[in-house]
Design a protein around this ligand. Structure first.
Ligand code: HAM
Length: 414
């Protein structure tokens, strides 16, 4: 075998980390559930065109980051880099257009061939929500509120800001595109090579450039908010008003553009300084043209996705492991009774560690190591009396209990 290391950018998630991951996922699921969102699961791979035709020809994802391969039937397949396009595809292929509005929650692995660093993997996990079929900005208010409540439930809201922008409708975007290109053309010689290449095909993405020289030029660039037409302005005003009524704090960032092409009107990111370069925790926006562009009926949509790994880095171990009860048989004779008792107690809801082997001392050491809350000690003496000794591992107190009342006695440790 060439290497026993996981593939670069992928990770084994060991139990301690996985507890945090699951806590993040469950907090998102429960919060979205309170807004009436139901879980959906779509395949982790799709025909390549589901992504290549929707995320943007010039987007980093499509140009550099997709895991694409021909399968044995020569179909071109891509491991999903994000969840929205797959859900839009599922909406069309399952013929759900008569059930609108639809509110979906999802979770699962995503794949992007990016340069790995803290908070950025090639296989990572997202939780997300998508609300389909609602034109009104009220839908955006709702999805942004879910994100805000979710971050509060995780206790990270104090370290996060919601950055918000409007990309307007397509007329506003074309007007802005022209204004921006005119401005950038005046500085073309100072722009980075990457940005010059984007000028023609996707000038808005230049606003996202990390290049120092570009940043100086962008600082004085015209703003999209100045190019919004009246309907787009009205939409944005209603969104802001709805967020204020809902008690969701936000900061306007007129330079916020998203890396995917399907957005219109609302664009937002909940960002933090706590993770270094990878500051976006939750990101999303409105995508009214996506489903139609894929060949479905005109259906507006809005939603977001959050990086589970990034959020897991922000929280403490949420619950800790459930503390087990250790079974400590002394001598072979107790073994049979211990196995029977163990199964009865597990079926009654207790978490039991069987220890498997070793003398009393070894087994007590293990009970400490796994931070057992109690130890049930069964020796010859106890066997003859049909009793066991229960040791409270925190207080050290030992009590002899008749076998018949053991389950009852242990209920204090549940
Ligand atoms: P995105 O901004 O590409 O949007 O990703 C959303 C979030 O996924 C990011 O803010 C980040 O937390 C996490 N993420 C992205 N790439 C990585 C990576 N390589 N490693 C770790 N975490 C990562 C979308 O995916 C859109 N589908 C969101 C959306 C849903 N818009 C509307 N509905």
């Amino acid at each position: 075998m060439s290497s026993l290391k996981p593939v670069r950018g992928t990770h084994d998630i060991l139990p301690g980390d996985l507890r945090r991951h699951r806590h993040v996922e469950n907090a998102a699921f429960e919060t979205a559930g309170r807004y009436g969102f139901e879980e959906i699961s779509t395949p982790i791979f799709e025909f390549t065109e589901v992504f290549s035709r929707t995320l943007g020809d010039t987007s980093d994802i499509v140009t550099k980051e997709m895991y694409t391969f021909a399968d044995k039937g020569d179909d071109l397949i891509t491991l999903r880099p994000e969840g929205t396009a797959g859900i839009a595809r599922a909406f069309i292929s399952s013929g759900l257009s008569h059930q609108l509005p639809l509110k979906f929650f999802y979770r699962g692995p995503m794949f992007r061939y990016e340069r790995p660093q803290k908070g950025r993997q090639r296989q990572f996990h997202q939780v997300g929500v998508e609300l389909l079929g609602v034109d009104s900005p009220l839908a955006d208010v709702e999805v942004i509120s879910i994100a805000s409540d979710f971050l509060s439930a995780l206790g990270v809201d104090g370290k996060v800001v919601c950055e918000l922008n409007s990309l307007g409708d397509s007329d506003s975007r074309s007007a802005y595109r022209q204004t921006l290109v005119d401005y950038l053309m005046d500085h073309i010689n100072s722009l980075s090579e990457d940005s010059r290449a984007r000028l023609d095909r996707n000038p808005l993405r230049i606003l996202d450039s990390k290049d120092k020289g570009d940043r100086a030029i962008i600082a004085d660039a015209p703003l999209i908010t100045d190019c919004l037409n009246d309907p787009s302005k009205r939409f944005f005003d209603e969104l802001l008003e709805g967020l204020e009524i809902s008690g969701v704090a936000y900061t306007l960032n007129p330079k916020l553009v998203r890396g995917l092409d399907y957005y219109c009107h609302t664009a937002f990111e909940f960002t933090t300084d706590a993770l270094g370069a990878q500051g976006a925790l939750v990101a999303g926006g409105r995508y009214d043209g996506l489903i139609k562009q894929m060949g479905g009926p005109q259906t507006p949509g809005t939603g977001w996705a959050a990086g589970v790994e990034r959020l897991a880095l922000m929280i403490d171990d949420p619950i800790g492991k459930k503390r087990p009860i250790a079974m400590i048989p002394i001598g072979n004779e107790a073994a049979e009774l211990v196995l029977r008792l163990t199964q009865e107690l597990r079926r009654a809801g207790h978490t039991i560690d069987l220890g498997y082997a070793g003398n009393m001392k070894k087994r007590m050491q293990r009970a400490n190591k796994i931070s057992a809350c109690a130890a049930v000690i069964i020796g010859e003496d106890e066997l003859s009396k049909n009793a066991v000794v229960v040791r409270d591992m925190d207080s050290g107190e030992q009590t002899e209990i008749p076998l018949s009342t053991l389950e009852d006695f242990l209920s204090r440790f549940l």
